[in-house]
Design a protein around this ligand. Structure first.
Ligand SMILES: [Zn+2]
Length: 459
């Protein structure tokens, strides 16, 4: 039996692992490479394995760095099933279509500029990939293929996210493989805490924040409440919150309702201005049964207290433009999270020059993005070709991360009853992954590897 690493190996994006025996070949995740550097080239080059000989795919969750190359896989001839949880399947419809739409638009725009550019895949191809999805639920054992069994466990990262327990029988022996996927931080809003796993022969563990500790959720919430109150009640301005449409927007809505109920923030008008966030919020409500108790309770409260706090979902483009005219009292949540595209740019253009308004960043801002320039303290930024002065107050609130920090990852590993024969540290920048591997060796004495892309191991 072999495992090969084709992405998220000494880097954070492009998750894709291949497991092969003499009778079966399957991939776990098929993600897009994202960020600066050579991500574009990596997404465009051929797959490192024979796509037509792949039997099935197991998908840990809907984030594009885990799912975003599935349409390409299907377009190149993969005909097998893609297994994931029901919530992931619903999110995937929205996310793949959106990713394809953005690529089509960009290709068109470049064509106008006289450049040759093919989209990585089209909306039609994204739809075809979604047709191959087969739904499962948490904690149910499925048999995707003869000799392979799998259980999806709740990873507590985003809605539907999973840790995979996979049993593979190659005719001579049976091995248990565990893929951590992205593991959530315990206590994170809406999702349950990550499920514990107690055994594996081979373990793949993510390490996004393997060398960092998050600020506590209580401190984070306090900081957020203070920023909102100062802006809305004292300064009579607006609060702009750039947020990723899936996961973070729902976390923020939950947080605003909670703080309002506890009277930690004043009366305000909340606008969710992103069509994809609206779809993702509807999917969250549809799958509320897998949410944590606090989220279910908050939803009941909202239903019983109609109109308080006032929450509006803005789909229509003209309505979205009108939000720029609001003088004060609005909290606007909009995408993209790193301010590079989407409606958020318009809200920043309207509010950045205002001393009485504020912008609250709650997510990671990658180098080279508009969000990063604002966070780094630029006095002026360019939006839609105009120089926009930055007079608004800028807050950066770090504790809402959907990834477990170093302590939470170690705590999760602490539930194993015996050491895995082999542990692979994946899904982290090279220095972070190597550092976290050392920590695991020191703490538990396990046999740990940090594979590079295209590395392959007999297991
Ligand atoms: Zn993720």
């Amino acid at each position: 039996m072999r495992i090969s690493f084709f992405g998220a190996a000494q880097e954070v994006t492009g998750s894709c692992y291949l497991v092969e025996t003499s009778s079966v070949r399957f991939a776990v995740d098929c993600g897009l490479f994202q960020g600066a550097g050579d991500a574009v080239r990596k997404n465009r080059r051929p797959f490192d394995f024979d796509v037509s000989r792949l039997d099935f795919v197991l998908l840990t969750h809907a984030h594009l760095d885990h799912s975003g190359l599935l349409p390409k896989l299907v377009a190149l001839g993969f005909k097998g099933p893609i297994f994931c949880t029901s919530a992931t399947a619903d999110l995937l419809v929205v996310m793949l279509k959106d990713a394809a739409y953005i690529q089509e638009r960009e290709a068109e725009w470049r064509k106008h500029a006289g450049k040759r550019h093919q989209p990585l895949y089209t909306v039609k191809q994204a739809e075809l990939a979604n047709k191959q999805v087969q739904r499962t639920e948490y904690d149910r054992k499925i048999s995707p293929h003869r000799g392979v069994q799998c259980i999806f466990r709740d990873a507590g990262h985003i809605l539907g996210s999973s840790i995979l327990e996979v049993w593979v029988d190659d005719g001579t022996r049976r091995r248990k493989l565990v893929f951590s996927g992205d593991i959530g931080q315990p206590g994170h809003p809406i999702v349950e805490d990550p499920a514990q796993v107690d055994s594996a022969d081979v373990l793949l563990i993510e390490s996004t924040y393997g060398n960092r500790l998050h600020k506590s959720m209580a401190d984070t919430v306090e900081e957020f409440a203070r920023a909102v109150t100062e802006t809305i009640a004292n300064n009579k301005g607006n609060v702009i919150v750039p947020a990723f449409a899936v996961g973070r927007t729902q976390d923020l809505l939950y947080l605003v309702v909670k703080l309002f109920r506890e009277k930690h923030i004043p009366e305000l008008d909340v606008y969710v201005d992103s069509p994809m966030a609206i779809a993702a919020t509807e999917i969250t409500l549809k799958h509320l049964k897998i949410a944590d108790d606090d989220a279910i309770e908050a939803m009941r409260w909202i239903q019983g207290n109609r109109g308080r706090p006032r929450i509006s979902f803005v789909d229509d483009h003209t309505e979205s433009i009108k939000l720029s005219e609001i003088a004060h009292g609005a909290l606007i949540i909009s995408a993209s999270g790193m301010c590079d595209a989407g409606r958020i740019k318009r809200h920043l253009r309207a509010n950045l020059p205002r001393r009485d308004s504020s912008v609250i960043f709650t997510g990671f801002q990658a180098a080279g993005t508009l969000g990063r320039r604002i966070v780094d303290g630029s006095k002026s930024v360019r939006i839609y070709g105009e120089d926009v002065p930055v007079e608004a107050r800028i807050f950066t609130i770090g504790g809402l991360s959907a990834h477990a920090d170093r302590a939470a990852l170690l705590d999760w590993l602490g539930h194993f009853h015996r050491p895995p024969e082999k542990t692979f540290v994946v899904h982290g920048e090279a220095t972070t992954a190597l550092d976290f591997a050392d920590t695991i060796r020191q703490r538990f004495g396990w046999d740990v590897e940090v594979p590079a892309r295209r590395d392959s191991y007999e297991i």
